[in-house]
Write a protein that binds this ligand. Structure first.
Ligand SMILES: [Zn+2]
Ligand SMILES: [Zn+2]
Length: 341
């Protein structure tokens, strides 16, 4: 079978890959049908991704079809369409014991620290497959991205009187905005890219371009107050450092994106305003369950984000261009079978 392998930064190739072994107990053999491409893949291609190990089959946003189940598996059947929770945790560390397997000490992430889904077939733990008969492959492939947004909002627990600023209008920022907008009245998405601002606007969010007088326009939008809750989904050190000054008194700043660089901030103003600073990593099963039920109830529809589709061979050619100019598309989906469902 074919697989797209990132051999080292800047070098992705299509290779003949060994077929996976038969699924053992607790495992499932799946055909990969859709793979979402995101900033993690771009950063891995450019050699800028935290926690990444080469060579690697990329692909952590997966919609798959069950082909065969291992002994003892009764929940799943061949033909079931599933999203794949790509985070494999140990179950025994402090985080896992506290229900925070998303930041397990020994976490293994498909497509990052173990091989992912840019290949025709793979074996995955049955416990990591989320199926819903009402969801299409395109809905299922977006669950991972949305889960990251849902988790960030769960980390911050906004109340109705919070005002939210989401920095970064890419898929993660849009996922945060989707998750938060049901909980607060005042929410704005901001980005340095006019295209992304226009897309966020068209998706129904108030949006602002980050340029010279951004802070003034933000204050205008928020009735003269800085937002009480800021989510930075840019992965940009400059934006993350500046986000401290954009968070209002007693407010909460959540870093959803991350960078390999150090972050500096002015302690006096951080201390004076008694800010809460939180990291948000990956997502939990609870976040996934909420995303799937919101997609099923149609209170969430992110299908319009997919504005570029390609094939397994196509992504090998196109990833360099996508990584160099990530603002060009909102969400790329690799379609491994050409089936439009
Ligand atoms: Zn992703
Ligand atoms: Zn663990």
């Amino acid at each position: 079978m074919q697989a797209a392998v990132l051999e080292s930064p800047g070098s992705m190739v299509l290779v003949d890959h060994a077929d996976p072994a038969d699924p053992g107990p607790g495992e499932v053999l799946v055909a990969v049908r859709r793979v979402g491409i995101c900033g993690t893949d771009h950063h891995a291609y450019r050699g800028m991704q935290n926690f990444f190990v080469y060579p690697r089959v990329l692909g952590h946003e997966l919609a798959v079809e069950v082909l065969a189940v291992g002994a003892g598996e009764t929940r799943l059947r061949p033909g079931d369409l599933c999203a794949v929770l790509p985070y494999v945790s140990c179950g025994t560390c402090y985080g896992c014991q506290r229900g925070r397997a998303n930041c397990c000490d020994r976490i293994d992430v498909m497509g990052v620290t173990r091989d992912g889904g840019l290949r025709e077939r793979m074996v995955v733990p049955a416990s990591h497959l989320f199926t819903d008969p009402d969801l299409t492959l395109d809905q299922l492939v977006l669950v991972e991205t949305l889960g990251v947004g849902w988790h960030a909002v769960a980390r911050a627990q906004p109340q109705p009187d919070d005002s939210v600023l989401v920095l970064g209008g890419g898929p993660i920022g849009l996922a945060v905005a989707q998750a938060a907008r049901a909980k607060v009245d005042l929410l704005v998405v901001a980005d340095v890219s006019a295209d992304r601002v226009a897309f966020a606007d068209a998706s129904g969010h108030d949006s602002l371009l980050v340029d010279r007088d951004f802070e003034e326009r933000l204050l205008d939008h928020n009735g003269g107050l800085l937002p009480s809750m800021v989510f930075d989904a840019t992965g940009s050190r400059a934006s993350m450092e500046n986000a401290f000054a954009l968070t209002g008194s007693c407010g909460t700043l959540v870093f959803v994106g991350h960078t390999t660089e150090s972050i500096r901030f002015e302690n006096p103003s951080f201390h004076a305003r008694e800010l809460d600073l939180r990291a948000s990593r990956n997502a939990t099963v609870a976040d996934w369950t909420e995303v799937i039920s919101a997609a099923r109830d149609r209170t969430l529809d992110a299908l319009g984000w997919v504005n570029h589709r390609t094939t397994l061979a196509g992504i090998v050619d196109e990833l360099p261009g996508l990584a160099a100019d990530p603002g060009r598309v909102v969400k790329t989906v690799v379609d491994l079978d050409g089936d439009p469902t």
